[in-house]
Ligand binder design. Structure first.
Ligand code: 73E
Length: 853
């Protein structure tokens, strides 16, 4: 810090006694200044990208004022802080959202119109930061928006990957992954903080010694040290002066040079090893809901967890006269899935080894501060790291985990007897050829609260994923250690920004935009649900969205779509459990039915455009074949003159947040059709309904709760229920698994090569998909139709028929659309985050008043 006696702080202070003015002319001036002085362009010669960047800097100035003053306010009020630890944030583009949340829409629009520029054009210049895979990462981003909007003193911590989620290109119907260097020439919304760095050690060994006071202590020494450097991303709240922070860590070489190395011939090696440190935060692993035991991934996890905990503890001890016993009154940490759960051991290490807190007290503090969210019950996603790997990379943490487990097992033995089977299920260590550490068990043990992300999911966690834990919690009188926190989405991005026409309707009919921070206000729309004036405005809104979608599909797929058709969309990661395969099999069935009809009969059928989009993990063979099948089916159907007027299907490449913002508002129907009990929640289902789309869905994840809120008539439900799955699978194993004749006809067409375009490879792949579904008994183990596509297919056809019948009555459809969209209050992340803050974190709003600077 500068010397306050010498430097004229008061004078400096007075120079900035006001905030940057927000009238259109000041915005224009600020824009011109940034063009010239920040970007070194001239005011007469710049590109659209320069204009975007300069506009971004205009916003950044305002964000910084608010971020700094919010931080000062939180510090002054000495409030309890919440910290969200997530390996992923799928934030999407900043600019439009920042303008809306800073309440600058009007002046910005005027300012840029005055300069002859459309804001929309600027928005398109921005790269879409995709530092996440799918729902889990997007949820984290929506959470940040709600934390800021609710004026909660909460920060996000994560990794600043240089390469985000890959860009998906489709070449000859197949996915090709291209690197996404989203940073390009720099992101104007982030603030690099070279002054905020922490060392993170990896590998090395543990030795014992004495500290300065002669006390016995543990030292973790050697190995390599990487520096974590902070990049801050201001997160403005809507209708509040609070701006929170998303702090992302970038790996940099350590600051100290090994001078011996530099003087020797090893100079080049030394530089190379420093350069390698940067690999740590280079790339996001593109796996969603699956897990690979890759060493670099564990390094990434430890890297960001260690830096984040060091940062938040440093902030805690900056407070005058801090006491460790106060930590749980000042700090709550949320671990987003198992990815950051090494935090349990790292918190212990920092408290015990670095801060010299006694083990028992450190454990008490750790288990009071940390919380864990589980996002999936798919066994392949529950992380387990080989003990050998942890021992090499984090030797001290292995000791800590070993000690924690020892104490834990002793406690369990006292309760359940020495040889109870419960003990091996609850142990952090999994025995076997390769001994492993179960991160889920470590997380639950170290957490104050554990939560699922939808009602059905939380019940499955209790009964199936972690039944022994739940029983233990009940036995010690704490059944509410496991709680439900149903997911949500932010209405600011997903209604107001994505669908301005709908936002305007809500505001007009409700008389204010209060619904944007209190979605229960939307209930006020229900009294207009049969109002013919609203109907025509609502349909006009849909037409507008469909026109934007049509332009988008033309650009991305070179396909013309009929804007009067029913728009049917399935966009999400490609995964067998999400059953995109069932969707495309149905499209083939629909095509076959159309072909059977006379031209006159065809005239009477409902026109449909089916759009499917999503990325497949690069090593996920079946998911990639499904993409190819969808593309190929599209090629056949779209150019068939008998049917193309009535049915079109396309695979939309590179599904991402900005694509979602165009596609979701335009849908009539969207598909959320996972096998019951497999999709923890789903969140796009919520976005579609908020935009007036209806859902074809299974009784899975949040679909169940959406239906409860909106009414059974607004959802086209089909398929078996979660409790029926085991029975159907058991019957299938014993050979009873009938295939509907309509599905057999679809299989036959695929086997005939109707969609293979004479490509032998595709033909073999498509047959492999079909064979696998039909293979109900493979070598005694059931590896056939694991996700019950065959079993659910007939009721899926019925559901689609109900869709067509309902859509035929336009007024009825419109009424259901209004009814559903107006009943979605529960699915705002404002509600979700309020629950986290109240039930889990104990963090209260700290509303920053607007004072002169
Ligand atoms: O059902 C979604 C859920 O809506 C679930 O599959 C997803 O999380 C969403 C938000 O709660 C999810 N993603 C992952 N696990 N569950 C995951 C796992 C490993 C790597 C990346 C993502």
């Amino acid at each position: 810090e500068v010397d306050g006696d010498k430097v004229k702080l008061e004078k400096l202070w007075k120079l900035m006694d006001t905030y940057e003015p927000n009238d259109p002319e000041s915005i224009q001036k600020s824009f011109a200044r940034h063009l010239e002085y920040s970007l070194a362009c001239t005011r007469f010669n710049f590109t659209m990208e320069d204009a975007y960047r300069a506009a971004g800097l205009v916003l950044r100035d305002r964000l910084l004022e608010s971020l700094n003053d919010t931080n000062d306010y939180y510090r002054k009020m000495d409030v309890k802080r919440g910290y969200y630890l997530s390996a992923e944030y799928l934030i999407g583009r900043h600019m439009q959202n920042a303008i809306a949340n800073l309440d600058l829409e009007q002046p910005f629009k005027e300012a840029f119109i005055g300069l002859g520029m459309e804001l929309e054009e600027l928005f398109h210049e921005e790269a879409d930061p995709a530092l996440g895979n799918g729902g889990l990462g997007r949820l984290a981003a929506c959470f940040l928006d709600s934390m800021a909007t609710l004026s909660l003193p909460c920060w996000g911590y994560g990794i600043r990957y240089s390469y985000g989620m890959f860009k998906q290109e489709i070449q000859n119907g197949r996915q090709v992954e291209c690197p996404d260097f989203w940073i390009g020439d720099g992101c104007p919304f982030e603030i690099p903080r070279p002054d905020i760095t922490y060392p993170v050690r990896l590998y090395g060994e543990v030795t014992h010694g004495e500290d300065e006071k002669g006390n016995w202590c543990v030292n973790w020494v050697g190995g390599e040290i990487v520096q974590a450097m902070a990049y801050d991303n201001p997160i403005p709240g809507f209708d509040t002066y609070n701006t929170n922070n998303l702090r992302l860590w970038r790996a940099c070489p350590s600051k100290e040079f090994d001078l011996d190395m530099f003087s020797a011939a090893a100079y080049a090696d030394s530089v190379e090893s420093r350069r390698k440190a940067e690999d740590l935060s280079a790339v996001l692993y593109p796996n969603d809901a699956t897990y690979e035991g890759k060493e670099l991934r564990l390094r990434q996890q430890y890297f960001f967890v260690s830096a984040s905990l060091q940062d938040l503890l440093r902030d805690f001890i900056k407070r005058p006269n801090y006491k460790w016993s106060e930590l749980p009154e000042k700090v709550a940490v949320q671990m987003n899935d198992t990815h950051p759960t090494i935090a349990v051991a790292e918190m212990m290490r920092l408290l015990v080894d670095v801060m010299h807190v006694h083990w028992e007290e450190a454990w008490d503090l750790t288990t009071k501060c940390l919380n864990y969210t589980n996002h999936t019950v798919m066994p392949e996603a529950l992380e387990k790291w080989p003990v050998e790997m942890i021992e090499r990379m984090l030797p001290r943490h292995l000791q800590i985990i070993g000690e924690l487990n020892l104490r834990w097992i002793k406690d369990l033995q006292k309760k359940y007897g020495d040889h109870s089977p419960v003990i091996s299920a609850l142990s952090i260590f999994e025995e076997g050829d390769i001994k492993k550490i179960r991160m889920g068990n470590l997380a639950i043990m170290g957490a104050n609260k554990v939560n699922g992300v939808a009602a059905i999911h939380t019940e499955i966690i209790k009964k199936e994923t972690f039944p022994e834990f739940y029983k233990y919690c009940c036995d010690i009188g704490k059944p509410d250690k496991i709680v439900n926190m149903t997911n949500g989405v932010t209405p600011r991005r997903w209604v107001h920004c994505a669908n301005p026409a709908l936002s305007a309707i809500f505001t007009k009919y409700l008389g204010s935009h209060e619904w944007l921070t209190d979605m229960t206000k939307l209930k006020g729309m229900l009294k207009f649900k049969e109002d013919s004036k609203l109907h025509s405005e609502w349909m006009e809104m849909k037409r507008e969205c469909k026109a934007k979608l049509a332009a988008f599909v033309k650009e991305k797929c070179d396909l013309d779509i009929d804007q009067d058709a029913l728009i049917d969309i399935q966009i999400k990661r490609i995964h067998e459990y999400k059953r995109q395969l069932m969707n495309i099999l149905y499209v083939i069935h629909r095509y076959q039915e159309l072909k059977k009809k006379s031209p006159g009969e065809r005239e009477k059928t409902q026109k449909r455009v089916v759009l499917i989009g999503g990325k497949a993990a690069s090593a996920y063979v079946n998911a990639k074949i499904i993409i190819k099948l969808i593309s190929n089916v599209g090629k056949v159907i779209n150019k068939d003159p008998d049917t193309s007027k009535y049915l079109k299907v396309a695979f939309v490449p590179n599904y991402c947040v900005s694509a979602a913002q165009v596609m979701i508002p335009a849908s009539d129907i969207s598909e959320h059709i996972s096998t019951a009990g497999t999709e923890a929640s789903g969140t796009s289902n919520m976005k579609f309904v908020m935009n007036g789309g209806l859902i074809v869905g299974t009784m899975d994840g949040a679909n169940i709760e959406i239906r409860e809120e909106c009414g059974e008539d607004t959802m086209f439900i089909f398929g078996c229920l979660e409790h029926q799955v085991a029975d159907i699978a058991a019957k299938a194993k014993s050979g009873h698994y009938p295939i509907d004749s309509r599905l057999q006809a679809v299989f036959q067409a695929i086997r005939n090569g109707d969609f293979s375009h004479g490509e032998p490879e595709a033909q073999a792949e498509f047959c492999s998909l079909v064979d696998r579904l039909c293979n109900i008994q493979a070598a005694g183990t059931w590896d056939g139709d694991k996700y019950l596509v065959i079993s659910d297919f007939p009721s899926f056809i019925d559901a689609q028929a109900r869709v067509d019948a309902t859509y035929a009555d336009k007024a009825k459809w419109c009424k259901l659309s209004i009814q559903a969209a107006s009943s979605m209050a529960k699915f705002s992340t404002d509600r979700t985050i309020k629950e986290y803050a109240e039930v889990i974190w104990g963090v209260k709003p700290a509303v920053r008043p607007l004072e002169d600077r």
